[in-house]
Write a protein that binds this ligand. Structure first.
Ligand SMILES: CC(C)(COP(=O)(O)OP(=O)(O)OC[C@H]1O[C@@H](n2cnc3c(N)ncnc32)[C@H](O)[C@@H]1OP(=O)(O)O)[C@@H](O)C(=O)NCCC(=O)NCCS
Length: 119
């Protein structure tokens, strides 16, 4: 949408990262079902690469894959593909997200908790 574009008329990188963060959060939410964790927080974003520009009017589709887990951490690969009238699927952006499973404390803050789940 136009409000997602930068002054060049292409997708603002921060908006792409925001969408990727949501895609990662969704994958993590599914992974944590049935565990003691209340939620998960984004701890790190690594190896982000913007490979292709995305223009206003293009679609962006996201693929999330959990690649490894630790005690409280969950590492997710996110690939963002652009889709246009003429191009079915082109890798536009890629990044690796680390989420940490957390428990909500009575004072409203969060602390890390082991998710007790293997990938
Ligand atoms: C998430 C949070 C509760 C983690 O608590 P913490 O006591 O700092 O714990 P750490 O980050 O040291 O360690 C947690 C896990 O993350 C891993 N980790 C820490 N830094 C990392 C990094 N830069 N890259 C990858 N993994 C990392 C640790 O190895 C550990 O993994 P493990 O438990 O599987 O062995 C705390 O850091 C926090 O609240 N951060 C802010 C989160 C936030 O506001 N995110 C943005 C909005 S969602």
């Amino acid at each position: 949408m136009p409000q997602d574009a930068n002054v060049l008329g292409t997708l603002f990188g921060g908006q792409m990262v925001s969408w990727m963060d949501i895609a990662a959060a969704k994958a993590v939410h599914r992974f944590l079902k049935g565990t003691p964790a209340d939620a998960a927080l984004t701890r790190a974003i690594d190896a982000i690469e913007f490979k292709e520009t995305v223009h206003v009017g293009n679609w962006v589709n996201f693929e999330a894959e959990i690649i490894s887990t630790g005690k409280s951490s969950i590492n997710i690969q996110i690939d963002a593909y652009k889709e246009t009238k003429n191009v079915e699927r082109l890798l536009a952006c890629t990044a690796r997200f680390t989420f940490v499973s957390v428990k909500k404390l009575q004072n409203g803050s969060y602390e890390k908790i082991a998710h007790e789940k293997k990938h």
